[in-house]
Write a protein that binds this ligand. Structure first.
Ligand SMILES: Cc1ncc(COP(=O)(O)O)c(C=O)c1O
Length: 444
């Protein structure tokens, strides 16, 4: 393996992936890995879908690239129409990016532009939530509240970003309150923060509809987002939902917020949009924002060279056609239910599994040293990495992550397999995960 490559973990010796085969990845030695997490909740169609591969080849043969400053292109237009066709009410435009962080940057900047266009330049604050991750670029990292990932870069982050508590019932809900009361209490932190900052100075609130890997597939309690929407409306604050990980069908509906009964002003998308066949993200934009820009400068003050890349959009059109024509969201709900039951059956009484949670094929197990007190393992054990490595030795890709409790302590293992998962894959996954826990948790 070349020493020229600069990689994420400098001392890791990763196998070289050479082939995708349905829900499996194959390395250069011919070893097969069951993809139990779609990478990071990306590969919704697995790794060898014929329709998507053909669509990409055909698009590249016809037109590989044209810059959006000079041309529109067919796949970009088709994809925008497809995403808007069943988007939550009021979302009428789709803007394309190369990934999740870029989608978030676009949402933050368009929020600011909206208030300039509508004569409210004092609105500059962005409120996010603790332990959320919105991406790695400076604006997205600033909006996120993941202490561990922010720490080194703190002096460089945007000072106009602030954070309230996450909605995380397993660790946050008190014994003397119902889930609904808990949801109201943490949602009301938004109102308190808006008032603290100055009620007409806040531009946007940003949250993951279902929190991804940093907390481990945490869905909101019923009513939480309705209360958030009410507060945003009362104070004229835009609502950005980050569905980079939980959107595009992963929780059983195309947009995760459909299950909350609310519509935001923006939805950020990526990952499952093109299923990993090519890099692509999108930002769905609400009509209110669009109309203000149209009536004002009439220019979106943002952009990238590769916005609306024809081949990436063609891949996404094919991915979404495949999901729709095979009714794969029904399979997400069915296999998600089966997988959650199988996880509960095998790990529900495990002394180190504190919680099993999530929606659709977006599930996680939270690991604890003590189930009764919910005390996490010592961070110095590096348990998440140990589990990842051991699972790969067992031929399983899952997505363990540390820092659930405070950015450092607390591990969860995310399971987010392709939407084409079948019953036998559920059994294989649970069996391999079981073996992995037996080999790793004994060190705890
Ligand atoms: C919820 C969420 N938002 C944003 C991002 C950033 O996306 P990307 O890595 O494509 O820039 C991620 C990435 O994991 C994510 O999980």
């Amino acid at each position: 393996m070349t020493k020229a490559l600069y990689r994420h973990s400098l001392d890791s010796n990763f196998p070289v992936a050479v082939k995708g085969d349905g829900v499996y990845l194959v390395d250069a030695n011919g070893k097969r890995y069951l993809d139990g997490s779609g990478g990071a909740a990306v590969s919704c169609l697995g790794h060898s879908n014929a329709r998507v591969r053909e669509a990409i080849h055909a698009q590249i043969d016809a037109l590989a690239f044209s810059h959006t400053r000079f041309f529109s292109n067919e796949p970009m237009e088709r994809l925008a129409a497809e995403l808007i066709s069943d988007a939550p009410e009021g979302l009428t435009k789709a803007w394309f990016t190369c990934g999740g962080s870029e989608s978030i940057e676009a949402a933050l900047k368009l929020s600011r532009q909206y208030f300039i266009e509508t004569g409210q330049p004092q609105r500059r604050h962005i409120i996010g939530r603790m332990q959320s991750y919105h991406g790695t670029t400076s604006g997205a990292l600033s909006a996120g509240g993941n202490i561990g990932r922010r720490a080194v870069f703190e002096p460089l982050l945007l000072s106009a970003t602030h954070h309230i508590s996450a909605c995380f019932p397993y660790r946050g809900q008190r014994e003397d309150e119902t889930a609904a009361q808990y949801g109201q209490r943490v949602a009301d932190e938004l109102e308190a923060k808006i008032i603290e900052l100055g009620s007409d100075t806040v531009a946007a609130f940003i949250a993951e509809t279902v929190v991804g890997s940093t907390l481990g597939c945490v869905a909101p309690v019923p009513g939480y987002f309705r209360r958030i929407r009410e507060i945003c409306d009362r104070y004229g604050v835009l609502l950005i939902l980050d569905e980079v990980m939980c959107g595009m069908g992963r929780t059983g509906t195309r947009y995760a917020c459909e299950q909350e009964g609310i519509a935001p002003d923006f939805i950020a998308l990526a990952k499952g949009l093109a299923g990993g066949y090519l890099p692509l993200g999108a930002l769905l934009v609400g009509d209110k924002v669009h109309k203000a820009i149209e009536a004002g400068s009439n220019v979106v003050m943002h952009g990238h060279t590769f916005t609306g890349h024809p081949a990436a959009c063609a891949a996404a059109v094919a991915v979404q056609e495949e999901v729709r024509s095979r009714d794969l969201l029904a399979n997400v709900r069915k296999m998600g239910g089966m997988l959650k039951s199988a996880l509960s059956e095998h790990f529900g009484n495990h002394p180190n599994v504190g919680d099993i949670r999530g929606r659709g094929l977006f599930l996680a197990l939270e690991l604890v040293k003590d189930r009764r007190t919910k005390e996490p393992f010592d961070a110095s054990l590096g348990l998440a990495e140990r589990i990842r490595v051991q699972a790969m030795q067992n031929g399983l890709i899952c997505y363990p992550m540390g820092g659930v409790v405070d950015g450092k302590r607390g591990e969860n293992v995310m399971i987010a397999p392709p939407f084409i998962f079948e019953e036998q894959h559920v059994f294989e996954l649970v069996d391999k995960l079981h073996r992995t826990f037996e080999q790793t948790l004994k060190y705890g």
